[in-house]
Ligand binder design. Structure first.
Ligand code: NAD
Length: 478
Protein backbone atom coordinates (compact mmCIF):
# COMPACT_ATOMS: atom_id res chain seq x y z
CA UNK A 1 0.00 0.00 0.00
CA UNK A 2 1.49 3.36 -0.96
CA UNK A 3 2.75 5.67 1.75
CA UNK A 4 4.42 9.09 1.42
CA UNK A 5 8.18 9.17 0.85
CA UNK A 6 9.65 10.69 4.01
CA UNK A 7 12.24 13.42 3.56
CA UNK A 8 13.33 16.69 5.09
CA UNK A 9 12.62 19.89 3.14
CA UNK A 10 15.32 22.51 3.66
CA UNK A 11 15.78 25.54 1.42
CA UNK A 12 13.62 24.04 -1.32
CA UNK A 13 15.55 20.75 -1.40
CA UNK A 14 14.30 17.36 -0.35
CA UNK A 15 16.82 15.07 1.34
CA UNK A 16 17.38 12.53 4.09
CA UNK A 17 19.50 15.07 5.97
CA UNK A 18 23.00 14.50 7.21
CA UNK A 19 22.55 12.79 10.60
CA UNK A 20 22.14 9.26 9.22
CA UNK A 21 19.62 8.69 12.01
CA UNK A 22 16.05 7.55 11.43
CA UNK A 23 13.15 6.17 13.43
CA UNK A 24 10.39 3.80 12.36
CA UNK A 25 6.85 5.00 11.68
CA UNK A 26 4.36 2.43 12.95
CA UNK A 27 0.88 1.77 11.59
CA UNK A 28 -1.14 1.72 14.86
CA UNK A 29 -3.75 -0.63 13.38
CA UNK A 30 -1.28 -3.36 12.41
CA UNK A 31 1.91 -2.51 14.35
CA UNK A 32 3.79 -2.79 11.03
CA UNK A 33 6.61 -0.42 10.13
CA UNK A 34 5.45 1.89 7.34
CA UNK A 35 8.73 3.71 6.72
CA UNK A 36 11.71 5.30 8.45
CA UNK A 37 11.55 9.02 9.17
CA UNK A 38 14.92 10.79 8.85
CA UNK A 39 16.20 12.91 11.72
CA UNK A 40 17.77 16.29 11.01
CA UNK A 41 21.28 16.90 12.33
CA UNK A 42 22.17 20.13 14.17
CA UNK A 43 23.71 21.29 10.90
CA UNK A 44 20.47 20.52 9.04
CA UNK A 45 18.51 22.54 11.61
CA UNK A 46 20.87 25.48 11.19
CA UNK A 47 20.45 25.29 7.44
CA UNK A 48 16.66 25.21 7.87
CA UNK A 49 16.83 28.33 10.05
CA UNK A 50 18.99 30.18 7.53
CA UNK A 51 16.75 29.02 4.70
CA UNK A 52 13.68 30.34 6.53
CA UNK A 53 15.39 33.73 6.82
CA UNK A 54 16.19 33.77 3.09
CA UNK A 55 12.70 32.51 2.27
CA UNK A 56 11.14 35.19 4.43
CA UNK A 57 12.94 37.97 2.57
CA UNK A 58 11.59 36.70 -0.76
CA UNK A 59 8.09 35.84 0.46
CA UNK A 60 7.39 39.06 2.33
CA UNK A 61 8.39 40.93 -0.83
CA UNK A 62 5.61 39.31 -2.79
CA UNK A 63 2.17 40.84 -2.92
CA UNK A 64 -0.68 39.16 -1.08
CA UNK A 65 -2.20 38.39 -4.48
CA UNK A 66 0.99 36.59 -5.60
CA UNK A 67 1.09 34.65 -2.36
CA UNK A 68 -2.55 33.69 -2.72
CA UNK A 69 -1.94 32.38 -6.25
CA UNK A 70 0.74 29.99 -4.96
CA UNK A 71 -1.44 28.92 -2.05
CA UNK A 72 -4.32 28.29 -4.46
CA UNK A 73 -1.95 26.19 -6.58
CA UNK A 74 -1.08 24.16 -3.49
CA UNK A 75 -4.78 23.71 -2.69
CA UNK A 76 -5.37 22.42 -6.22
CA UNK A 77 -2.55 19.89 -5.87
CA UNK A 78 -3.96 18.78 -2.51
CA UNK A 79 -7.32 18.29 -4.20
CA UNK A 80 -5.73 16.15 -6.91
CA UNK A 81 -3.72 14.18 -4.35
CA UNK A 82 -6.45 14.02 -1.72
CA UNK A 83 -7.08 10.28 -1.88
CA UNK A 84 -3.42 9.26 -1.58
CA UNK A 85 -2.85 11.83 1.17
CA UNK A 86 -5.88 10.51 3.09
CA UNK A 87 -4.47 6.99 2.77
CA UNK A 88 -1.11 8.11 4.12
CA UNK A 89 -2.92 9.82 7.00
CA UNK A 90 -4.99 6.77 7.94
CA UNK A 91 -2.03 4.42 7.74
CA UNK A 92 0.15 6.50 10.03
CA UNK A 93 -2.51 7.78 12.44
CA UNK A 94 -5.21 5.10 12.42
CA UNK A 95 -8.38 7.14 11.95
CA UNK A 96 -10.97 5.73 9.53
CA UNK A 97 -10.39 6.68 5.91
CA UNK A 98 -13.69 8.59 5.85
CA UNK A 99 -12.38 10.81 8.69
CA UNK A 100 -9.03 11.22 6.92
CA UNK A 101 -10.85 12.43 3.81
CA UNK A 102 -12.79 14.96 5.90
CA UNK A 103 -9.52 16.09 7.45
CA UNK A 104 -8.08 16.57 3.96
CA UNK A 105 -11.14 18.64 3.03
CA UNK A 106 -10.34 20.86 6.02
CA UNK A 107 -6.69 21.11 4.92
CA UNK A 108 -7.71 22.22 1.44
CA UNK A 109 -10.38 24.63 2.70
CA UNK A 110 -8.01 26.19 5.23
CA UNK A 111 -5.30 26.66 2.59
CA UNK A 112 -7.79 28.47 0.36
CA UNK A 113 -9.34 30.49 3.18
CA UNK A 114 -6.02 31.71 4.55
CA UNK A 115 -4.71 32.47 1.04
CA UNK A 116 -7.67 34.75 0.42
CA UNK A 117 -7.61 36.24 3.92
CA UNK A 118 -3.98 37.27 3.43
CA UNK A 119 -5.32 39.90 1.02
CA UNK A 120 -7.17 41.46 3.95
CA UNK A 121 -4.33 42.07 6.40
CA UNK A 122 -5.67 45.58 6.80
CA UNK A 123 -4.19 48.31 8.92
CA UNK A 124 -6.03 51.57 9.64
CA UNK A 125 -5.73 55.34 9.48
CA UNK A 126 -6.24 57.13 12.79
CA UNK A 127 -7.36 60.80 12.87
CA UNK A 128 -4.40 62.91 14.10
CA UNK A 129 -4.13 65.33 17.02
CA UNK A 130 -1.59 67.42 15.15
CA UNK A 131 -2.89 69.31 12.11
CA UNK A 132 -1.40 67.90 8.90
CA UNK A 133 -0.23 64.63 10.47
CA UNK A 134 -1.03 61.22 9.04
CA UNK A 135 -1.28 58.31 11.47
CA UNK A 136 -1.09 54.84 9.99
CA UNK A 137 -1.36 51.49 11.72
CA UNK A 138 0.38 48.91 9.53
CA UNK A 139 0.29 45.12 9.68
CA UNK A 140 3.52 43.32 8.80
CA UNK A 141 4.51 39.65 8.84
CA UNK A 142 6.08 38.87 12.21
CA UNK A 143 9.11 37.15 10.65
CA UNK A 144 10.26 33.56 10.11
CA UNK A 145 8.09 31.25 12.21
CA UNK A 146 8.59 27.82 13.70
CA UNK A 147 5.99 25.24 14.68
CA UNK A 148 5.71 21.88 16.40
CA UNK A 149 2.58 19.83 16.12
CA UNK A 150 1.10 16.67 17.59
CA UNK A 151 0.14 13.47 15.84
CA UNK A 152 -3.65 13.51 16.31
CA UNK A 153 -4.45 15.64 13.23
CA UNK A 154 -1.43 15.17 10.98
CA UNK A 155 -3.09 17.36 8.32
CA UNK A 156 -5.13 19.95 10.25
CA UNK A 157 -2.44 20.65 12.85
CA UNK A 158 0.16 21.25 10.14
CA UNK A 159 -1.97 23.38 7.81
CA UNK A 160 -3.18 25.72 10.55
CA UNK A 161 0.44 26.71 11.10
CA UNK A 162 1.70 26.63 7.52
CA UNK A 163 -1.24 28.38 5.85
CA UNK A 164 -1.52 30.99 8.62
CA UNK A 165 2.18 31.80 8.36
CA UNK A 166 2.29 31.90 4.56
CA UNK A 167 -0.87 34.01 4.22
CA UNK A 168 0.67 36.61 6.56
CA UNK A 169 3.92 36.68 4.56
CA UNK A 170 5.99 34.59 7.00
CA UNK A 171 8.22 31.62 6.21
CA UNK A 172 8.14 28.57 8.47
CA UNK A 173 10.21 25.69 9.82
CA UNK A 174 7.77 23.03 10.94
CA UNK A 175 8.31 19.80 12.80
CA UNK A 176 5.31 17.54 12.30
CA UNK A 177 5.09 14.62 14.69
CA UNK A 178 7.60 11.82 14.07
CA UNK A 179 4.73 9.40 14.71
CA UNK A 180 2.71 10.80 11.79
CA UNK A 181 5.22 12.48 9.47
CA UNK A 182 3.83 11.51 6.04
CA UNK A 183 0.86 13.87 5.84
CA UNK A 184 2.95 16.92 6.76
CA UNK A 185 5.55 15.98 4.16
CA UNK A 186 2.81 15.52 1.55
CA UNK A 187 1.36 18.96 2.39
CA UNK A 188 4.79 20.58 2.11
CA UNK A 189 5.27 18.84 -1.25
CA UNK A 190 2.11 20.55 -2.53
CA UNK A 191 3.42 24.00 -1.56
CA UNK A 192 6.83 23.18 -3.03
CA UNK A 193 5.35 21.86 -6.29
CA UNK A 194 3.03 24.87 -6.52
CA UNK A 195 6.04 27.18 -6.63
CA UNK A 196 6.60 28.34 -3.05
CA UNK A 197 10.11 29.86 -3.18
CA UNK A 198 12.97 27.94 -1.50
CA UNK A 199 13.01 28.36 2.27
CA UNK A 200 9.38 29.46 2.60
CA UNK A 201 8.26 26.04 3.86
CA UNK A 202 10.86 23.89 5.63
CA UNK A 203 10.14 20.51 7.22
CA UNK A 204 12.37 18.82 9.80
CA UNK A 205 12.16 15.83 12.13
CA UNK A 206 14.19 14.55 15.05
CA UNK A 207 14.05 14.01 18.79
CA UNK A 208 11.31 16.55 19.68
CA UNK A 209 13.09 18.09 22.64
CA UNK A 210 16.40 18.42 20.76
CA UNK A 211 14.75 19.99 17.72
CA UNK A 212 12.65 22.46 19.69
CA UNK A 213 15.59 23.50 21.90
CA UNK A 214 17.72 24.08 18.83
CA UNK A 215 15.14 26.05 16.85
CA UNK A 216 13.86 28.06 19.81
CA UNK A 217 17.40 28.83 20.92
CA UNK A 218 17.98 30.71 17.68
CA UNK A 219 17.06 34.37 17.27
CA UNK A 220 15.88 33.72 13.68
CA UNK A 221 12.31 32.55 14.36
CA UNK A 222 10.20 35.40 15.70
CA UNK A 223 7.17 33.24 16.38
CA UNK A 224 6.43 29.75 17.67
CA UNK A 225 3.13 27.99 17.27
CA UNK A 226 2.53 24.69 19.06
CA UNK A 227 -0.28 22.15 19.16
CA UNK A 228 0.05 19.47 21.83
CA UNK A 229 -0.10 18.83 25.54
CA UNK A 230 -0.09 21.41 28.34
CA UNK A 231 3.26 20.33 29.89
CA UNK A 232 5.06 20.50 26.53
CA UNK A 233 3.42 23.85 25.78
CA UNK A 234 4.71 25.31 29.05
CA UNK A 235 8.17 23.94 28.33
CA UNK A 236 8.25 25.48 24.84
CA UNK A 237 6.98 28.82 26.09
CA UNK A 238 9.90 28.95 28.54
CA UNK A 239 12.35 28.14 25.73
CA UNK A 240 10.80 30.89 23.60
CA UNK A 241 11.22 33.47 26.35
CA UNK A 242 14.98 33.94 25.97
CA UNK A 243 14.60 35.41 22.50
CA UNK A 244 11.16 36.94 23.21
CA UNK A 245 9.38 34.97 20.51
CA UNK A 246 5.67 35.39 20.20
CA UNK A 247 3.74 32.22 21.01
CA UNK A 248 0.51 30.57 20.02
CA UNK A 249 -0.28 27.67 22.33
CA UNK A 250 -3.04 25.27 21.28
CA UNK A 251 -2.99 22.84 24.18
CA UNK A 252 -5.16 20.14 25.70
CA UNK A 253 -8.69 20.39 27.01
CA UNK A 254 -11.24 18.52 29.08
CA UNK A 255 -14.55 19.50 27.55
CA UNK A 256 -17.68 19.31 29.69
CA UNK A 257 -20.92 18.25 27.98
CA UNK A 258 -23.87 19.70 29.88
CA UNK A 259 -27.24 18.15 29.12
CA UNK A 260 -30.28 19.82 30.70
CA UNK A 261 -33.57 18.02 31.18
CA UNK A 262 -35.37 20.21 28.64
CA UNK A 263 -32.95 19.13 25.88
CA UNK A 264 -33.79 16.80 23.04
CA UNK A 265 -31.89 13.89 24.59
CA UNK A 266 -31.81 11.72 21.47
CA UNK A 267 -30.41 14.58 19.44
CA UNK A 268 -27.82 15.30 22.12
CA UNK A 269 -26.72 11.65 22.01
CA UNK A 270 -26.68 11.73 18.22
CA UNK A 271 -24.36 14.72 18.10
CA UNK A 272 -22.07 13.82 20.98
CA UNK A 273 -21.57 10.16 20.10
CA UNK A 274 -19.89 10.90 16.78
CA UNK A 275 -17.92 13.72 18.37
CA UNK A 276 -16.78 11.55 21.30
CA UNK A 277 -15.43 8.67 19.21
CA UNK A 278 -14.08 10.73 16.33
CA UNK A 279 -10.38 9.97 16.04
CA UNK A 280 -10.91 7.44 18.89
CA UNK A 281 -11.34 10.37 21.27
CA UNK A 282 -7.85 11.70 20.54
CA UNK A 283 -9.04 15.24 19.96
CA UNK A 284 -8.34 18.28 22.13
CA UNK A 285 -12.01 19.36 21.89
CA UNK A 286 -13.38 15.85 22.43
CA UNK A 287 -16.31 15.72 24.87
CA UNK A 288 -14.70 14.26 27.98
CA UNK A 289 -16.92 14.96 31.00
CA UNK A 290 -20.64 14.34 30.64
CA UNK A 291 -22.85 16.10 33.20
CA UNK A 292 -26.50 15.19 32.70
CA UNK A 293 -29.41 16.61 34.69
CA UNK A 294 -30.83 13.97 37.01
CA UNK A 295 -34.28 13.60 35.36
CA UNK A 296 -32.77 12.51 32.04
CA UNK A 297 -29.53 10.99 33.33
CA UNK A 298 -30.44 7.30 32.96
CA UNK A 299 -32.01 7.91 29.57
CA UNK A 300 -28.84 9.60 28.34
CA UNK A 301 -26.45 7.02 29.81
CA UNK A 302 -28.48 4.08 28.46
CA UNK A 303 -28.81 5.59 25.00
CA UNK A 304 -25.13 6.52 24.82
CA UNK A 305 -24.14 3.06 26.01
CA UNK A 306 -26.24 1.30 23.37
CA UNK A 307 -24.84 3.46 20.59
CA UNK A 308 -21.28 2.94 21.88
CA UNK A 309 -21.70 -0.84 21.85
CA UNK A 310 -22.81 -0.75 18.23
CA UNK A 311 -19.67 1.00 16.95
CA UNK A 312 -17.50 -0.92 14.52
CA UNK A 313 -13.89 -0.72 15.76
CA UNK A 314 -11.15 -1.76 13.36
CA UNK A 315 -8.50 -0.88 10.83
CA UNK A 316 -9.33 2.53 9.36
CA UNK A 317 -8.44 1.32 5.87
CA UNK A 318 -11.33 -1.18 5.91
CA UNK A 319 -14.82 -0.27 4.78
CA UNK A 320 -17.33 0.13 7.57
CA UNK A 321 -14.81 0.96 10.30
CA UNK A 322 -16.21 3.69 12.55
CA UNK A 323 -13.36 3.94 15.05
CA UNK A 324 -9.68 3.12 14.64
CA UNK A 325 -6.87 2.40 17.11
CA UNK A 326 -5.06 4.68 19.54
CA UNK A 327 -1.78 6.13 18.31
CA UNK A 328 0.57 3.92 20.33
CA UNK A 329 0.83 1.22 22.98
CA UNK A 330 1.56 3.84 25.68
CA UNK A 331 -1.96 5.19 25.25
CA UNK A 332 -3.49 1.75 25.96
CA UNK A 333 -1.74 1.77 29.31
CA UNK A 334 -3.14 5.22 30.08
CA UNK A 335 -6.70 4.06 29.24
CA UNK A 336 -6.30 1.09 31.59
CA UNK A 337 -5.21 3.42 34.39
CA UNK A 338 -8.17 5.79 33.89
CA UNK A 339 -10.66 2.92 33.88
CA UNK A 340 -9.27 1.08 36.88
CA UNK A 341 -9.08 4.31 38.89
CA UNK A 342 -12.71 5.14 37.98
CA UNK A 343 -13.75 1.63 39.08
CA UNK A 344 -11.89 2.11 42.36
CA UNK A 345 -13.86 5.32 42.84
CA UNK A 346 -17.15 3.43 42.48
CA UNK A 347 -17.94 4.10 38.82
CA UNK A 348 -19.88 1.53 36.84
CA UNK A 349 -18.52 0.58 33.40
CA UNK A 350 -21.63 0.20 31.22
CA UNK A 351 -19.70 -0.86 28.13
CA UNK A 352 -16.07 -1.30 27.08
CA UNK A 353 -13.30 -0.84 29.61
CA UNK A 354 -10.86 -3.12 27.83
CA UNK A 355 -8.48 -3.47 24.95
CA UNK A 356 -9.83 -4.95 21.71
CA UNK A 357 -7.70 -7.82 20.29
CA UNK A 358 -3.97 -7.99 20.78
CA UNK A 359 -2.70 -6.71 17.45
CA UNK A 360 -2.96 -2.97 16.91
CA UNK A 361 -3.66 -0.45 19.66
CA UNK A 362 -7.45 -0.78 19.81
CA UNK A 363 -9.43 0.17 22.89
CA UNK A 364 -13.18 -0.35 23.19
CA UNK A 365 -15.60 2.59 23.26
CA UNK A 366 -16.13 2.93 26.99
CA UNK A 367 -18.96 4.50 28.96
CA UNK A 368 -18.68 4.99 32.71
CA UNK A 369 -21.63 5.85 34.93
CA UNK A 370 -21.62 7.71 38.26
CA UNK A 371 -18.02 8.82 38.02
CA UNK A 372 -17.19 11.03 41.02
CA UNK A 373 -15.45 14.37 40.47
CA UNK A 374 -12.31 13.17 42.23
CA UNK A 375 -11.68 10.25 39.85
CA UNK A 376 -8.56 10.94 37.76
CA UNK A 377 -10.51 10.87 34.50
CA UNK A 378 -12.64 13.81 35.62
CA UNK A 379 -9.50 15.89 36.10
CA UNK A 380 -6.95 14.69 33.51
CA UNK A 381 -7.48 14.73 29.76
CA UNK A 382 -8.42 11.17 28.69
CA UNK A 383 -7.41 11.55 25.02
CA UNK A 384 -9.10 8.27 24.19
CA UNK A 385 -12.54 6.65 23.67
CA UNK A 386 -13.70 7.05 27.27
CA UNK A 387 -17.00 8.75 28.17
CA UNK A 388 -17.31 9.34 31.94
CA UNK A 389 -20.76 10.46 33.08
CA UNK A 390 -22.24 12.02 36.21
CA UNK A 391 -25.56 13.63 37.08
CA UNK A 392 -26.20 17.19 38.28
CA UNK A 393 -29.10 18.97 39.93
CA UNK A 394 -28.82 22.75 39.51
CA UNK A 395 -27.39 25.27 37.09
CA UNK A 396 -25.04 26.84 39.64
CA UNK A 397 -23.68 23.50 40.78
CA UNK A 398 -23.08 22.51 37.15
CA UNK A 399 -21.19 25.69 36.31
CA UNK A 400 -18.97 25.29 39.34
CA UNK A 401 -18.09 21.70 38.45
CA UNK A 402 -17.61 22.47 34.76
CA UNK A 403 -15.28 25.38 35.58
CA UNK A 404 -13.35 23.52 38.27
CA UNK A 405 -10.35 22.49 36.12
CA UNK A 406 -7.40 24.51 34.85
CA UNK A 407 -8.27 23.59 31.24
CA UNK A 408 -10.46 25.93 29.21
CA UNK A 409 -10.72 24.78 25.62
CA UNK A 410 -14.20 23.58 24.58
CA UNK A 411 -17.59 23.05 26.24
CA UNK A 412 -20.95 21.87 24.97
CA UNK A 413 -24.44 22.53 26.27
CA UNK A 414 -27.76 21.00 25.31
CA UNK A 415 -30.92 22.87 26.28
CA UNK A 416 -34.09 24.18 24.66
CA UNK A 417 -34.04 27.31 26.83
CA UNK A 418 -32.44 30.24 25.00
CA UNK A 419 -32.05 32.30 28.18
CA UNK A 420 -30.23 29.47 29.95
CA UNK A 421 -28.00 28.92 26.90
CA UNK A 422 -27.00 32.58 26.97
CA UNK A 423 -26.35 32.56 30.72
CA UNK A 424 -24.30 29.39 30.44
CA UNK A 425 -22.19 30.52 27.50
CA UNK A 426 -21.31 33.64 29.50
CA UNK A 427 -20.53 31.72 32.70
CA UNK A 428 -18.43 28.98 31.17
CA UNK A 429 -14.66 29.42 31.21
CA UNK A 430 -13.68 28.02 27.80
CA UNK A 431 -12.52 29.48 24.50
CA UNK A 432 -15.07 27.51 22.47
CA UNK A 433 -18.73 26.94 23.37
CA UNK A 434 -21.16 24.78 21.39
CA UNK A 435 -24.86 25.14 22.23
CA UNK A 436 -26.90 22.28 20.78
CA UNK A 437 -23.97 22.03 18.39
CA UNK A 438 -20.53 20.42 18.43
CA UNK A 439 -19.07 22.00 15.29
CA UNK A 440 -16.61 24.42 16.89
CA UNK A 441 -13.73 24.15 14.38
CA UNK A 442 -13.97 25.71 10.91
CA UNK A 443 -11.30 27.49 8.85
CA UNK A 444 -13.05 30.86 9.17
CA UNK A 445 -13.74 30.90 12.92
CA UNK A 446 -11.20 31.39 15.74
CA UNK A 447 -10.13 28.20 17.48
CA UNK A 448 -8.29 28.25 20.77
CA UNK A 449 -8.44 27.92 24.51
CA UNK A 450 -8.12 29.94 27.68
CA UNK A 451 -6.34 29.27 30.98
CA UNK A 452 -4.01 26.25 30.77
CA UNK A 453 -5.47 25.25 27.40
CA UNK A 454 -3.32 28.00 25.95
CA UNK A 455 -3.88 31.22 24.09
CA UNK A 456 -3.80 32.70 20.63
CA UNK A 457 -6.39 31.53 18.13
CA UNK A 458 -5.94 29.63 14.91
CA UNK A 459 -8.45 30.09 12.11
CA UNK A 460 -10.52 33.18 11.48
CA UNK A 461 -9.01 36.63 11.24
CA UNK A 462 -7.38 35.93 14.61
CA UNK A 463 -5.41 33.07 13.04
CA UNK A 464 -3.92 35.43 10.48
CA UNK A 465 -3.25 38.08 13.09
CA UNK A 466 -1.20 35.53 15.04
CA UNK A 467 1.49 35.84 12.34
CA UNK A 468 1.30 39.64 11.98
CA UNK A 469 2.89 42.41 13.98
CA UNK A 470 1.68 45.96 14.33
CA UNK A 471 3.66 49.04 13.35
CA UNK A 472 2.53 52.61 13.91
CA UNK A 473 3.81 55.18 11.42
CA UNK A 474 3.10 58.89 11.72
CA UNK A 475 4.09 61.53 9.16
CA UNK A 476 4.01 65.30 9.15
CA UNK A 477 4.28 67.25 5.94
CA UNK A 478 7.63 69.08 5.64
P1 NAD B 1 3.18 14.40 24.52
O1 NAD B 1 2.92 15.59 25.33
O2 NAD B 1 4.39 13.60 24.83
O3 NAD B 1 3.31 14.79 23.00
C1 NAD B 1 2.36 15.60 22.30
C2 NAD B 1 3.05 16.09 21.02
O4 NAD B 1 4.04 17.04 21.34
C3 NAD B 1 3.76 14.96 20.26
O5 NAD B 1 3.44 15.02 18.88
C4 NAD B 1 5.23 15.21 20.50
O6 NAD B 1 6.04 14.88 19.37
C5 NAD B 1 5.29 16.70 20.73
N1 NAD B 1 6.37 17.04 21.66
C6 NAD B 1 6.67 16.42 22.81
N2 NAD B 1 7.72 17.01 23.41
C7 NAD B 1 8.10 18.02 22.60
C8 NAD B 1 9.12 19.00 22.67
N3 NAD B 1 9.96 19.08 23.71
N4 NAD B 1 9.23 19.89 21.66
C9 NAD B 1 8.38 19.84 20.60
N5 NAD B 1 7.39 18.94 20.49
C10 NAD B 1 7.25 18.04 21.48
O7 NAD B 1 1.90 13.48 24.64
P2 NAD B 1 1.40 12.17 23.87
O8 NAD B 1 1.54 10.96 24.77
O9 NAD B 1 1.96 12.05 22.51
O10 NAD B 1 -0.11 12.52 23.74
C11 NAD B 1 -0.97 12.49 24.81
C12 NAD B 1 -1.26 13.84 25.39
O11 NAD B 1 -0.95 14.87 24.48
C13 NAD B 1 -2.74 13.96 25.66
O12 NAD B 1 -3.01 13.73 27.00
C14 NAD B 1 -3.08 15.36 25.22
O13 NAD B 1 -3.12 16.21 26.33
C15 NAD B 1 -1.95 15.84 24.43
N6 NAD B 1 -2.23 16.16 23.04
C16 NAD B 1 -2.92 17.30 22.78
C17 NAD B 1 -3.20 17.63 21.46
C18 NAD B 1 -3.98 18.86 21.11
O14 NAD B 1 -4.50 18.94 20.00
N7 NAD B 1 -4.08 19.84 21.96
C19 NAD B 1 -2.76 16.81 20.45
C20 NAD B 1 -2.04 15.64 20.76
C21 NAD B 1 -1.76 15.35 22.07
Amino acid sequence: MSYEKLELLIGGEWSAGTSGKTEPVINPATEEVLAEVPHASADDLDRALEASLDGFKVWRGKTAVERQAIMEGAAQLMTERKEEMARTLTQEMGKPLAEARIEMDFVIAATRWYGEEGKRAYGRIVPPRLPGARQMVMKEPVGPATAFVAWNFPGTNVIRKVAGALAAGCSIVIKPSEETPGTGVAIARCFHDAGAPPGVVNVVFGVPDDVSRHLLGSPIPKKVSFTGSVPVGKHLQKLAADTMKRCTMELGGHAPVMVFDDADVDKAIDLTIGHKYRNAGQVCISPTRFYVQENVYNQFVDGFTERSKALNVGNGMEDGTQMGPLIAARRLDVMEQFVSDARDHGAQITTGGERVGNNGYFYAPTVMKDVPDDAIIMREEPFGPLAPMASFKTFDELVERANSLDFGLASYAFTADGGRAKKLSEAIDTGLVGVNNVMVATPETPFGGVNESGYGSEGGIEGLDAFLRTKFVTELDV
